[in-house]
Write a protein that binds this ligand. Sequence first.
Ligand SMILES: Nc1nc2c(c(=O)[nH]1)N[C@H]1C(S)=C(S)[C@@H](COP(=O)(O)OP(=O)(O)OC[C@H]3O[C@@H](n4cnc5c(N)ncnc54)[C@H](O)[C@@H]3O)O[C@H]1N2
Ligand code: MOO
Ligand code: MG
Length: 429
Amino acid sequence: MLERRKPIWVKEAIDKVMEHKKRGEVETVSIHDCDERYLASPLIADHDVPPFDRSPYDGFALRARDTKNASREHPLLFEVIDEIGAGQVTLKQLGSMEAVRIMTGAQIPEGADCVIMLELVNERNENGRKLIEIKRQLQPGDNLSFQGEDAQKGTELIGKGVQINPGIKALLATFGYSRVKVGKKPTIGIIATGSELLGPEDELEPGKIRDSNGYMLQSQVLRTGALYKRYENCADDLETLYHALKTALEECDIVITTGGVSVGDFDYMPEIYKRLGAKLLFNKIAMRPGSVTSCAEINGQLLFGLSGNPSACYVGFEFFVKPYIRYWMHSELPYNRFVTGELKADFPKPNPFSRFIRGKLSYEEGKIFAEPVGLDKSGVVTSIAWADCLIVLPGGTRGYQKGDQADIILLEDRQGSGVPWQEKKLSKL
Ligand SMILES: Nc1nc2c(c(=O)[nH]1)N[C@H]1C(S)=C(S)[C@@H](COP(=O)(O)OP(=O)(O)OC[C@H]3O[C@@H](n4cnc5c(N)ncnc54)[C@H](O)[C@@H]3O)O[C@H]1N2
Ligand code: MOO
Ligand SMILES: [Mg+2]
Protein backbone atom coordinates (compact mmCIF):
# COMPACT_ATOMS: atom_id res chain seq x y z
CA MET A 1 0.00 0.00 0.00
CA LEU A 2 1.25 3.43 -0.91
CA GLU A 3 1.92 5.49 2.18
CA ARG A 4 0.05 8.80 2.11
CA ARG A 5 2.21 11.71 3.00
CA LYS A 6 0.86 14.63 5.00
CA PRO A 7 2.13 17.99 3.74
CA ILE A 8 3.34 20.63 6.16
CA TRP A 9 3.71 24.39 5.69
CA VAL A 10 6.94 25.76 4.25
CA LYS A 11 7.61 27.75 7.42
CA GLU A 12 6.97 24.67 9.53
CA ALA A 13 9.51 22.72 7.48
CA ILE A 14 12.08 25.51 7.82
CA ASP A 15 11.47 25.54 11.58
CA LYS A 16 11.93 21.77 11.78
CA VAL A 17 15.29 22.09 10.05
CA MET A 18 16.36 25.05 12.17
CA GLU A 19 15.42 23.24 15.40
CA HIS A 20 18.59 21.30 14.64
CA LYS A 21 20.68 24.34 13.81
CA LYS A 22 24.14 24.58 15.30
CA ARG A 23 27.09 26.87 15.09
CA GLY A 24 30.16 25.24 13.62
CA GLU A 25 33.59 25.66 15.14
CA VAL A 26 35.36 28.98 14.99
CA GLU A 27 38.72 29.20 13.25
CA THR A 28 41.25 31.95 12.78
CA VAL A 29 42.23 32.65 9.20
CA SER A 30 44.63 35.05 7.56
CA ILE A 31 43.01 38.28 6.38
CA HIS A 32 44.02 37.17 2.87
CA ASP A 33 41.62 34.23 3.11
CA CYS A 34 38.67 35.80 4.94
CA ASP A 35 36.50 36.86 1.98
CA GLU A 36 32.82 35.94 2.23
CA ARG A 37 33.34 34.23 5.58
CA TYR A 38 31.13 35.17 8.54
CA LEU A 39 32.64 37.10 11.44
CA ALA A 40 32.64 35.00 14.60
CA SER A 41 33.26 38.06 16.78
CA PRO A 42 32.38 41.72 16.36
CA LEU A 43 34.73 44.08 14.60
CA ILE A 44 35.75 46.77 17.08
CA ALA A 45 37.70 49.95 16.41
CA ASP A 46 40.85 49.71 18.54
CA HIS A 47 41.88 53.25 17.67
CA ASP A 48 40.43 56.42 16.21
CA VAL A 49 40.24 56.77 12.44
CA PRO A 50 41.83 58.92 11.28
CA PRO A 51 44.29 58.45 14.15
CA PHE A 52 45.30 62.13 13.96
CA ASP A 53 43.94 65.35 12.48
CA ARG A 54 45.07 65.33 8.86
CA SER A 55 44.91 67.32 5.69
CA PRO A 56 42.34 66.27 3.08
CA TYR A 57 44.10 68.45 0.48
CA ASP A 58 47.49 69.28 -0.90
CA GLY A 59 48.01 72.81 0.45
CA PHE A 60 49.27 74.76 3.42
CA ALA A 61 48.52 74.33 7.10
CA LEU A 62 48.37 77.53 9.14
CA ARG A 63 46.59 79.34 11.98
CA ALA A 64 43.13 80.61 11.04
CA ARG A 65 43.42 83.66 13.29
CA ASP A 66 46.38 84.92 11.23
CA THR A 67 44.11 85.25 8.17
CA LYS A 68 41.66 87.61 9.91
CA ASN A 69 42.59 90.62 7.82
CA ALA A 70 43.22 88.82 4.52
CA SER A 71 41.18 89.86 1.48
CA ARG A 72 41.52 90.01 -2.29
CA GLU A 73 42.60 93.65 -1.99
CA HIS A 74 44.90 93.02 0.99
CA PRO A 75 46.61 89.67 0.60
CA LEU A 76 48.69 88.55 3.59
CA LEU A 77 52.12 86.96 3.40
CA PHE A 78 52.96 83.76 5.28
CA GLU A 79 56.38 82.18 5.54
CA VAL A 80 56.55 78.50 4.60
CA ILE A 81 58.71 76.91 7.30
CA ASP A 82 58.53 73.25 6.31
CA GLU A 83 57.09 70.74 3.85
CA ILE A 84 55.51 67.36 4.74
CA GLY A 85 53.98 64.54 2.76
CA ALA A 86 51.69 61.78 3.99
CA GLY A 87 53.58 59.64 6.46
CA GLN A 88 55.80 62.50 7.61
CA VAL A 89 55.43 64.82 10.58
CA THR A 90 57.04 68.19 11.12
CA LEU A 91 59.06 68.82 14.23
CA LYS A 92 58.62 72.53 13.84
CA GLN A 93 56.19 74.45 15.97
CA LEU A 94 54.11 76.69 13.75
CA GLY A 95 54.00 80.30 14.81
CA SER A 96 52.32 83.52 13.81
CA MET A 97 52.16 84.20 10.05
CA GLU A 98 53.80 80.84 9.32
CA ALA A 99 52.61 77.95 7.17
CA VAL A 100 53.68 74.38 6.49
CA ARG A 101 53.34 73.02 2.99
CA ILE A 102 51.33 69.85 3.54
CA MET A 103 50.13 67.01 1.31
CA THR A 104 46.88 65.07 1.46
CA GLY A 105 46.92 62.60 4.34
CA ALA A 106 49.72 64.29 6.30
CA GLN A 107 49.31 65.02 10.01
CA ILE A 108 48.42 68.62 10.81
CA PRO A 109 51.41 70.31 12.47
CA GLU A 110 51.23 71.41 16.07
CA GLY A 111 49.83 74.93 16.23
CA ALA A 112 48.02 74.84 12.88
CA ASP A 113 44.21 74.67 12.84
CA CYS A 114 43.25 74.93 9.17
CA VAL A 115 44.39 74.17 5.64
CA ILE A 116 44.20 76.14 2.43
CA MET A 117 44.37 74.38 -0.95
CA LEU A 118 47.43 74.85 -3.18
CA GLU A 119 45.29 76.36 -5.95
CA LEU A 120 44.13 79.21 -3.71
CA VAL A 121 47.50 80.73 -2.87
CA ASN A 122 50.23 82.55 -4.77
CA GLU A 123 53.71 81.30 -4.06
CA ARG A 124 56.86 83.33 -4.28
CA ASN A 125 60.47 83.33 -3.24
CA GLU A 126 62.05 86.36 -1.59
CA ASN A 127 65.69 86.37 -0.54
CA GLY A 128 65.67 82.61 -0.22
CA ARG A 129 62.48 82.67 1.88
CA LYS A 130 59.47 80.78 0.65
CA LEU A 131 56.34 82.87 0.96
CA ILE A 132 52.66 82.42 0.15
CA GLU A 133 50.05 85.05 -0.38
CA ILE A 134 46.61 84.46 1.10
CA LYS A 135 43.59 86.41 -0.03
CA ARG A 136 40.83 85.04 2.13
CA GLN A 137 39.87 84.46 5.73
CA LEU A 138 39.86 80.95 7.13
CA GLN A 139 38.09 79.57 10.18
CA PRO A 140 39.58 77.10 12.66
CA GLY A 141 38.84 73.60 11.37
CA ASP A 142 38.58 74.66 7.72
CA ASN A 143 39.67 71.81 5.42
CA LEU A 144 40.68 69.45 8.19
CA SER A 145 39.84 65.82 8.51
CA PHE A 146 39.51 65.30 12.24
CA GLN A 147 40.86 62.51 14.41
CA GLY A 148 38.06 59.96 15.01
CA GLU A 149 35.61 61.47 12.48
CA ASP A 150 35.48 58.16 10.57
CA ALA A 151 35.49 55.78 13.55
CA GLN A 152 35.96 56.28 17.26
CA LYS A 153 38.06 54.00 19.40
CA GLY A 154 35.99 51.33 21.16
CA THR A 155 33.01 51.43 18.74
CA GLU A 156 31.57 48.12 17.48
CA LEU A 157 31.54 48.76 13.75
CA ILE A 158 30.31 45.39 12.46
CA GLY A 159 28.41 42.83 14.49
CA LYS A 160 29.32 39.18 14.59
CA GLY A 161 27.66 36.97 12.01
CA VAL A 162 28.03 39.46 9.17
CA GLN A 163 29.53 38.20 5.93
CA ILE A 164 32.85 39.78 5.07
CA ASN A 165 32.58 41.98 1.99
CA PRO A 166 35.24 44.28 0.49
CA GLY A 167 34.29 47.15 2.80
CA ILE A 168 34.49 44.95 5.88
CA LYS A 169 37.82 43.56 4.72
CA ALA A 170 39.07 47.15 4.48
CA LEU A 171 37.97 47.71 8.09
CA LEU A 172 39.66 44.51 9.24
CA ALA A 173 42.90 45.77 7.73
CA THR A 174 42.40 49.26 9.18
CA PHE A 175 42.14 47.86 12.68
CA GLY A 176 45.00 45.44 12.38
CA TYR A 177 43.05 42.20 12.16
CA SER A 178 45.76 40.36 10.27
CA ARG A 179 44.05 37.19 11.49
CA VAL A 180 40.29 36.98 11.58
CA LYS A 181 37.96 34.78 13.64
CA VAL A 182 35.34 33.24 11.37
CA GLY A 183 32.95 30.30 11.30
CA LYS A 184 34.63 27.16 9.96
CA LYS A 185 33.40 25.89 6.57
CA PRO A 186 31.36 22.72 6.90
CA THR A 187 31.76 20.00 4.28
CA ILE A 188 28.57 19.17 2.45
CA GLY A 189 28.37 15.75 0.84
CA ILE A 190 26.51 15.75 -2.48
CA ILE A 191 25.14 12.57 -4.00
CA ALA A 192 23.12 12.66 -7.21
CA THR A 193 20.99 9.55 -7.55
CA GLY A 194 19.36 8.00 -10.61
CA SER A 195 20.18 5.18 -13.04
CA GLU A 196 19.48 7.61 -15.87
CA LEU A 197 22.32 9.97 -15.03
CA LEU A 198 25.31 10.62 -17.30
CA GLY A 199 28.23 12.95 -16.76
CA PRO A 200 28.77 16.16 -18.71
CA GLU A 201 31.49 14.41 -20.73
CA ASP A 202 29.24 11.50 -21.77
CA GLU A 203 27.37 11.10 -25.07
CA LEU A 204 23.60 10.93 -24.68
CA GLU A 205 22.07 7.44 -24.79
CA PRO A 206 18.46 6.32 -25.13
CA GLY A 207 16.51 6.98 -21.92
CA LYS A 208 19.40 8.77 -20.22
CA ILE A 209 20.02 12.40 -19.34
CA ARG A 210 23.01 14.30 -18.07
CA ASP A 211 23.09 15.04 -14.37
CA SER A 212 22.58 18.77 -13.82
CA ASN A 213 21.54 18.81 -10.17
CA GLY A 214 24.87 17.62 -8.81
CA TYR A 215 26.66 20.55 -10.47
CA MET A 216 23.96 23.04 -9.55
CA LEU A 217 24.20 21.93 -5.92
CA GLN A 218 28.00 22.31 -5.94
CA SER A 219 27.46 25.91 -7.01
CA GLN A 220 24.74 26.51 -4.47
CA VAL A 221 26.94 25.11 -1.69
CA LEU A 222 29.89 27.26 -2.78
CA ARG A 223 27.69 30.34 -2.71
CA THR A 224 26.90 29.73 0.95
CA GLY A 225 30.66 29.74 1.53
CA ALA A 226 30.79 26.05 2.54
CA LEU A 227 32.85 23.25 0.96
CA TYR A 228 31.40 20.32 -0.95
CA LYS A 229 32.51 16.76 -1.34
CA ARG A 230 31.08 15.27 -4.47
CA TYR A 231 30.39 11.55 -4.55
CA GLU A 232 29.95 9.45 -7.65
CA ASN A 233 26.47 9.48 -9.06
CA CYS A 234 24.55 6.57 -7.63
CA ALA A 235 22.29 4.21 -9.58
CA ASP A 236 18.82 3.52 -8.16
CA ASP A 237 19.95 0.50 -6.22
CA LEU A 238 19.10 0.17 -2.54
CA GLU A 239 22.38 -1.41 -1.40
CA THR A 240 24.65 0.94 -3.37
CA LEU A 241 22.70 3.97 -2.23
CA TYR A 242 22.66 2.86 1.38
CA HIS A 243 26.44 2.44 1.47
CA ALA A 244 27.09 5.68 -0.41
CA LEU A 245 24.98 7.55 2.13
CA LYS A 246 26.58 5.87 5.09
CA THR A 247 30.04 6.83 3.82
CA ALA A 248 28.98 10.41 3.11
CA LEU A 249 27.49 10.74 6.59
CA GLU A 250 30.79 9.61 8.09
CA GLU A 251 32.91 11.89 5.92
CA CYS A 252 30.81 15.05 5.83
CA ASP A 253 29.05 17.44 8.20
CA ILE A 254 25.85 17.59 6.20
CA VAL A 255 24.65 15.37 3.35
CA ILE A 256 22.46 16.28 0.39
CA THR A 257 21.00 13.78 -2.03
CA THR A 258 19.00 14.59 -5.12
CA GLY A 259 16.39 12.25 -6.58
CA GLY A 260 14.62 9.18 -5.30
CA VAL A 261 12.54 10.87 -2.61
CA SER A 262 9.10 10.46 -4.14
CA VAL A 263 6.86 7.38 -4.28
CA GLY A 264 8.22 5.61 -7.38
CA ASP A 265 9.37 1.99 -7.35
CA PHE A 266 12.99 3.12 -7.47
CA ASP A 267 12.70 6.02 -5.04
CA TYR A 268 14.73 4.45 -2.27
CA MET A 269 15.41 7.39 0.03
CA PRO A 270 12.45 6.74 2.38
CA GLU A 271 13.64 3.12 2.81
CA ILE A 272 17.23 4.20 3.35
CA TYR A 273 16.25 6.68 6.07
CA LYS A 274 14.56 3.77 7.85
CA ARG A 275 17.59 1.52 7.43
CA LEU A 276 19.90 4.21 8.76
CA GLY A 277 17.62 4.65 11.76
CA ALA A 278 17.24 8.32 10.84
CA LYS A 279 14.41 10.40 12.24
CA LEU A 280 12.30 11.81 9.42
CA LEU A 281 11.58 15.52 9.94
CA PHE A 282 9.32 15.82 6.89
CA ASN A 283 8.77 14.35 3.44
CA LYS A 284 5.98 16.50 2.05
CA ILE A 285 5.74 20.28 1.98
CA ALA A 286 2.88 22.44 0.74
CA MET A 287 4.97 23.96 -2.01
CA ARG A 288 5.58 23.63 -5.71
CA PRO A 289 8.18 22.90 -6.83
CA GLY A 290 9.84 20.95 -4.06
CA SER A 291 6.82 19.25 -2.49
CA VAL A 292 8.71 16.00 -1.95
CA THR A 293 11.72 17.68 -0.29
CA SER A 294 12.66 15.51 2.67
CA CYS A 295 14.89 15.90 5.66
CA ALA A 296 16.06 13.35 8.19
CA GLU A 297 18.25 13.55 11.27
CA ILE A 298 20.78 11.01 12.54
CA ASN A 299 22.65 11.73 15.76
CA GLY A 300 22.32 15.44 15.23
CA GLN A 301 23.45 15.23 11.60
CA LEU A 302 21.07 16.35 8.87
CA LEU A 303 20.44 14.51 5.65
CA PHE A 304 18.56 16.55 3.05
CA GLY A 305 16.69 14.57 0.41
CA LEU A 306 16.10 17.03 -2.40
CA SER A 307 13.93 16.23 -5.35
CA GLY A 308 15.39 14.89 -8.59
CA ASN A 309 13.44 17.44 -10.56
CA PRO A 310 15.92 20.28 -11.17
CA SER A 311 13.68 23.24 -10.28
CA ALA A 312 12.43 21.43 -7.17
CA CYS A 313 16.00 20.56 -6.20
CA TYR A 314 17.08 24.18 -6.60
CA VAL A 315 14.22 25.57 -4.53
CA GLY A 316 14.60 22.89 -1.85
CA PHE A 317 18.22 23.93 -1.35
CA GLU A 318 17.42 27.64 -1.16
CA PHE A 319 14.67 27.22 1.44
CA PHE A 320 15.94 24.47 3.70
CA VAL A 321 19.63 23.71 3.18
CA LYS A 322 21.03 27.19 2.69
CA PRO A 323 19.89 28.72 6.02
CA TYR A 324 21.09 25.65 7.89
CA ILE A 325 24.56 25.91 6.34
CA ARG A 326 24.77 29.67 6.70
CA TYR A 327 23.79 29.47 10.36
CA TRP A 328 26.44 26.79 10.84
CA MET A 329 29.01 29.21 9.42
CA HIS A 330 27.90 31.85 11.98
CA SER A 331 25.66 33.94 9.74
CA GLU A 332 23.10 36.06 11.59
CA LEU A 333 21.13 36.51 8.34
CA PRO A 334 20.93 32.95 7.01
CA TYR A 335 17.64 33.14 5.07
CA ASN A 336 16.94 34.48 1.59
CA ARG A 337 15.81 38.09 1.58
CA PHE A 338 12.35 38.87 0.22
CA VAL A 339 10.60 41.99 -1.00
CA THR A 340 7.22 42.95 -2.43
CA GLY A 341 6.92 43.80 -6.09
CA GLU A 342 4.52 44.16 -8.95
CA LEU A 343 3.85 41.41 -11.45
CA LYS A 344 4.59 42.21 -15.08
CA ALA A 345 2.52 39.38 -16.53
CA ASP A 346 -0.57 37.26 -15.77
CA PHE A 347 0.02 33.90 -14.14
CA PRO A 348 -3.31 32.07 -14.32
CA LYS A 349 -2.56 28.89 -12.43
CA PRO A 350 -4.79 28.12 -9.44
CA ASN A 351 -2.98 25.95 -6.97
CA PRO A 352 -3.59 24.51 -3.51
CA PHE A 353 0.10 24.73 -2.57
CA SER A 354 2.27 27.85 -2.52
CA ARG A 355 3.94 28.10 -5.88
CA PHE A 356 7.41 29.54 -6.32
CA ILE A 357 7.65 30.75 -9.87
CA ARG A 358 11.12 31.31 -11.26
CA GLY A 359 11.20 34.99 -12.19
CA LYS A 360 13.29 37.91 -13.31
CA LEU A 361 13.44 41.18 -11.40
CA SER A 362 13.47 44.62 -12.89
CA TYR A 363 13.47 48.12 -11.42
CA GLU A 364 11.54 50.90 -13.08
CA GLU A 365 10.96 54.38 -11.70
CA GLY A 366 11.84 53.26 -8.19
CA LYS A 367 9.49 50.28 -8.25
CA ILE A 368 10.31 46.59 -8.17
CA PHE A 369 8.79 44.39 -10.87
CA ALA A 370 9.01 40.67 -11.50
CA GLU A 371 7.94 38.43 -14.35
CA PRO A 372 7.96 34.67 -14.76
CA VAL A 373 10.72 33.16 -16.89
CA GLY A 374 10.63 29.87 -18.77
CA LEU A 375 8.34 26.96 -18.25
CA ASP A 376 6.84 26.63 -14.79
CA LYS A 377 7.33 22.90 -14.25
CA SER A 378 9.46 21.34 -11.56
CA GLY A 379 11.27 19.14 -14.09
CA VAL A 380 12.54 22.18 -15.96
CA VAL A 381 16.20 23.19 -15.85
CA THR A 382 16.30 26.26 -18.14
CA SER A 383 14.16 28.57 -16.01
CA ILE A 384 16.61 28.26 -13.11
CA ALA A 385 19.35 29.73 -15.24
CA TRP A 386 17.16 32.67 -16.28
CA ALA A 387 15.78 33.42 -12.82
CA ASP A 388 17.05 35.80 -10.19
CA CYS A 389 14.00 35.55 -7.94
CA LEU A 390 11.07 33.35 -6.96
CA ILE A 391 7.65 34.91 -7.29
CA VAL A 392 5.34 33.58 -4.60
CA LEU A 393 1.86 32.58 -5.72
CA PRO A 394 0.09 31.81 -2.44
CA GLY A 395 -1.70 28.48 -2.16
CA GLY A 396 -5.47 28.71 -2.36
CA THR A 397 -5.52 31.68 -4.73
CA ARG A 398 -6.70 31.67 -8.33
CA GLY A 399 -3.49 32.89 -9.86
CA TYR A 400 -2.07 36.29 -10.55
CA GLN A 401 -2.91 39.11 -12.88
CA LYS A 402 -0.52 41.64 -14.25
CA GLY A 403 -0.25 44.56 -11.79
CA ASP A 404 -0.86 42.41 -8.69
CA GLN A 405 1.54 42.70 -5.77
CA ALA A 406 3.48 39.59 -4.86
CA ASP A 407 6.11 38.44 -2.40
CA ILE A 408 9.41 37.99 -4.19
CA ILE A 409 12.26 35.91 -2.83
CA LEU A 410 15.66 37.14 -3.96
CA LEU A 411 18.11 34.55 -5.27
CA GLU A 412 21.12 36.66 -6.17
CA ASP A 413 21.13 38.75 -3.01
CA ARG A 414 24.22 38.39 -0.83
CA GLN A 415 23.02 39.99 2.37
CA GLY A 416 20.33 37.54 3.50
CA SER A 417 17.57 37.94 6.07
CA GLY A 418 17.26 37.20 9.76
CA VAL A 419 13.77 35.78 9.25
CA PRO A 420 12.51 33.35 6.63
CA TRP A 421 9.71 34.04 4.20
CA GLN A 422 6.48 32.71 5.68
CA GLU A 423 3.20 31.84 3.96
CA LYS A 424 -0.08 33.49 4.95
CA LYS A 425 -1.90 30.11 5.07
CA LEU A 426 -4.87 31.13 2.91
CA SER A 427 -5.86 27.52 2.26
CA LYS A 428 -6.16 24.42 4.43
CA LEU A 429 -3.61 21.63 4.20
N1 LIG B 1 2.74 9.30 -8.22
C1 LIG B 1 3.49 10.37 -7.89
N2 LIG B 1 4.51 10.68 -8.67
C2 LIG B 1 5.28 11.75 -8.37
C3 LIG B 1 4.99 12.52 -7.23
C4 LIG B 1 3.90 12.13 -6.41
O1 LIG B 1 3.62 12.77 -5.39
N3 LIG B 1 3.20 11.04 -6.78
N4 LIG B 1 5.75 13.61 -6.97
C5 LIG B 1 6.28 14.27 -8.14
C6 LIG B 1 7.09 15.36 -7.76
S1 LIG B 1 6.27 16.70 -7.17
C7 LIG B 1 8.41 15.35 -7.92
S2 LIG B 1 9.31 16.77 -7.59
C8 LIG B 1 9.14 14.19 -8.41
C9 LIG B 1 10.28 13.88 -7.43
O2 LIG B 1 10.99 12.83 -7.89
P1 LIG B 1 12.21 12.20 -7.11
O3 LIG B 1 12.74 13.16 -6.13
O4 LIG B 1 11.81 10.88 -6.64
O5 LIG B 1 13.32 12.12 -8.21
P2 LIG B 1 13.54 11.03 -9.34
O6 LIG B 1 12.33 10.21 -9.45
O7 LIG B 1 14.81 10.41 -9.09
O8 LIG B 1 13.66 11.97 -10.59
C10 LIG B 1 12.66 12.88 -10.96
C11 LIG B 1 13.04 13.55 -12.28
O9 LIG B 1 14.23 14.30 -12.11
C12 LIG B 1 15.24 13.85 -13.02
N5 LIG B 1 16.52 13.90 -12.33
C13 LIG B 1 16.86 13.17 -11.26
N6 LIG B 1 18.11 13.44 -10.87
C14 LIG B 1 18.56 14.38 -11.71
C15 LIG B 1 19.81 15.06 -11.83
N7 LIG B 1 20.80 14.82 -10.97
N8 LIG B 1 19.95 15.97 -12.81
C16 LIG B 1 18.93 16.22 -13.67
N9 LIG B 1 17.73 15.62 -13.59
C17 LIG B 1 17.55 14.70 -12.65
C18 LIG B 1 14.85 12.45 -13.33
O10 LIG B 1 15.42 12.01 -14.52
C19 LIG B 1 13.35 12.57 -13.36
O11 LIG B 1 12.93 13.09 -14.59
O12 LIG B 1 8.32 13.06 -8.46
C20 LIG B 1 7.05 13.29 -9.05
N10 LIG B 1 6.34 12.07 -9.16
O1 MOO C 1 8.25 18.43 -5.56
MO1 MOO C 1 7.60 18.56 -6.99
O2 MOO C 1 8.77 19.55 -7.49
O3 MOO C 1 6.43 19.60 -6.16
O4 MOO C 1 7.08 19.37 -8.27
MG1 MG D 1 11.05 9.52 -8.29
